[in-house]
Design a protein around this ligand. Structure first.
Ligand code: ATP
Length: 587
């Protein structure tokens, strides 16, 4: 899989893996889900918030030294040369095996590897570091060289298989079509395509409601695609957030919505999905990560002010001024992202939760209810909501003319918001998990660059700076997601907006790799390639033709606005979306 960048080939490898008949191990356990997690580079779906394997390279180095008998210095030297734990592990196992220093057992199974990694991830306490090293050395001892290579990759947090969630979903969607009993042979190309699209829609819907790709794929393969249709929202399982399209001028909104529509303030905070059952409250981020422990104040206010027994709510948490209660910008809220001193910070930087939707209520899914019904149910669930309260419905107004829209937009800006989110109130205005459709359309006021919107791009490479910045990165190569090829294509270099604080942060958080992964495409070679994992919000003035990028365009005057650690590379702006901004009008 690693050797190819062709999406079709990667998919067919997945199909081959998932249809093997030896995916039942141990005590009849099906391991499809574990394979998915390992390919994703994790041990569990994110929302469980269980400990992942966060092991420092130093410890990993000690483990491979123990497992192979090579000195720590040999390991370090090799790591410097190969730049990658996976290659280092693989090579050392190879050498170790050749010199008969170690032997490796046969038949290391998926369950063995997953269980060993889970055990290591869960180790804590006094001598946990030594225990972790010993346990990893034990696992490596049982690995063949090629197995050791991928265990190394996993420990390093970089599987680099070019396999993202969408590729796996597509592989399964196609598989079912040509699967047992449904023989693709007799079908004409069009029927086949429609069938695959229908399968994909079912898988995606299930995944959007239950973001555990392992479980979704396992269910599809063992119980059939139709079993996925029965997936419903559940408390403590985060639903993927509905997203908004964008229009650039107020004039376009009334026609696009057709008739009256709802306008809501667009708050500049962090998306938050609230799950409550009795007194139990769980909070999830836009990436479906559990963030409950960061917001003890929110948990407390949800318990006090939400009257429903069982409910899933969607909203935005915003920092407010301690004295005046006024809205504070996103940067202030970010001070709440921390592991220690949470209680003190929550007093220093208080928050308010603005709710705008309800997805589940008293045992029933609300996803298919139209907007107005959901809005009423959401308002009804809040016990006491003075405008300056801790939990409030987002300010909203139904408008039908351009004048009404303009007036409300101006008021929203005056009140310190980012602008408006407009929402359809038609009978078909359902909540679409994970989708960016035209039922919700945003309008932002802050045209800090001349392009109509900022872009979220993933860093894939870096050039060293000059002078004072000689030891830091000076420019970064950033890439957009190409929907057609499944690759990340570099669209520009960016250096402006890189203050000292950010430069320091990049130095610590960008992980150098010797080669770009196969799914990264760039027209130029930077000083350093880096793991494509960090997403930046970037503004620019214009989309211009360029012969130096793969995509034949570039961005003029790009500037870094902020680091979007609430976004994953899969959430980046697409090449198509950037092209659509070309020549975008003025708001
Ligand atoms: P997106 O979430 O659409 O990918 P983004 O994170 O860059 O993009 P924007 O495009 O600016 O954010 O706007 C959408 C986001 O705005 C939502 O994800 C949510 O966090 C926030 N938001 C603020 N107010 C509202 C509201 N009333 N309704 C829905 N979302 C809102």
């Amino acid at each position: 899989m690693e050797k190819t960048s062709k999406r079709l080939e990667i998919m067919s490898i997945f199909q081959e893996i998932f249809t093997r008949d030896d995916l039942v191990e141990g005590n009849k356990e099906h391991v499809h889900d574990k394979i998915v997690y390992l390919c994703q580079g994790k041990l569990y779906p994110d929302f469980l918030g269980r400990p992942e394997l966060q092991m420092a390279q130093e410890l990993a180095k000690r483990a491979i030294a123990q497992a192979t008998g090579f000195s720590p210095k040999t390991v370090s030297d090799l790591l410097k040369k190969s730049g990658d734990l996976g290659n280092t592990f693989g090579l050392l196992k190879q050498k170790g095996t050749q010199s008969m220093l170690v032997s490796h057992g046969k038949d290391l199974s998926v369950l063995d590897v997953h269980a060993a990694l889970v055990q290591i991830a869960g180790m804590s306490g006094a001598d946990s570091q030594t225990k972790k090293v010993r346990a990893l050395a034990g696992l490596l001892g049982r690995c063949s060289p090629v197995e050791a290579k991928y265990v190394g990759r996993f420990v390093d947090g970089k599987m680099r298989l070019g396999a993202n969630d969408l590729t796996m979903i597509e592989a399964i969607a196609r598989l079912r079509t040509s699967g047992e009993g449904r023989g693709a042979d007799g079908l004409d190309a069009e029927t086949l395509k429609a069938d695959q699209a229908a399968n994909r829609a079912v898988i995606e819907r299930a995944y959007n409601i239950y973001p555990d790709l392992g479980l979704v794929i396992k269910t599809a393969l063992l119980d059939g695609i139709d079993a996925l249709k029965r997936f419903q929202p559940q408390i403590n399982i985060p639903i993927r957030s509905m997203l908004a399209q964008r229009l650039d001028t107020l004039e376009e909104f009334p026609a696009k919505h057709g008739g009256s529509f709802a306008c809501e303030y667009k708050l500049d905070g962090e998306r938050m999905q609230v799950h409550k059952r009795g007194d139990e409250v769980a909070l999830f981020s836009r990436r479906q990560e559990i963030i409950t422990s960061q917001f003890p104040d929110v948990v407390d206010s949800i318990r006090r002010f939400i009257v429903a027994k069982e409910i899933i709510l969607d909203g935005e948490v915003v920092a407010v001024d301690r004295g005046t209660g006024r809205l504070m910008p996103f940067q202030i809220l970010m001070q709440r992202r921390r592991k220690h001193g949470i209680e003190e910070k929550s007093e220093e930087v208080p928050t308010r939760v603005y709710l705008f939707d309800v997805l589940f209520l008293e045992g029933k899914s609300m996803l298919d209810a139209p907007y107005l019904e959901r809005r009423a149910a959401m308002e009804g669930a809040i016990a006491h909501a003075p405008p300056q309260g801790k939990v409030v419905p987002v300010p909203q107004r139904i408008v039908s003319t351009l004048d009404e829209l303009t007036a409300y937009f101006n008021q929203a800006i005056k009140d310190g918001t980012e602008g408006l989110l407009t929402k359809s109130i038609k009978p078909e205005s359902v909540y679409q998990p994970g989708a960016r459709g035209w039922l919700w359309i945003k309008l932002k006021s802050l045209r800090r660059g001349k392009l109509p919107d900022s872009m979220d791009l993933v860093v894939v490479g870096a050039n060293m700076g000059e002078g004072r910045r000689a030891r830091q990165y000076g420019t970064l190569l950033v890439a957009a997601r190409n929907e057609d090829t499944g690759t990340f294509d570099v669209v520009t270099r960016v250096s402006s907006g890189m203050d000292d604080e950010k430069a320091e942060w990049f130095l610590k958080n960008l992980h150098e790799i010797p080669q770009p992964p196969p799914h990264v495409r760039s027209g130029e070679t930077p000083d350093k390639w880096v793991e494509p994992s960090i997403v930046l919000e970037i503004i620019g003035d214009e989309i211009t033709d360029s012969s130096s990028t793969i995509v034949d365009f570039s961005i003029r005057f790009p500037r870094i606005i902020r680091i979007r650690d609430d976004k994953s590379p899969d959430d980046t702006t697409t090449v198509g979306e950037i092209l659509a901004m070309r020549g975008g009008g003025d708001a």
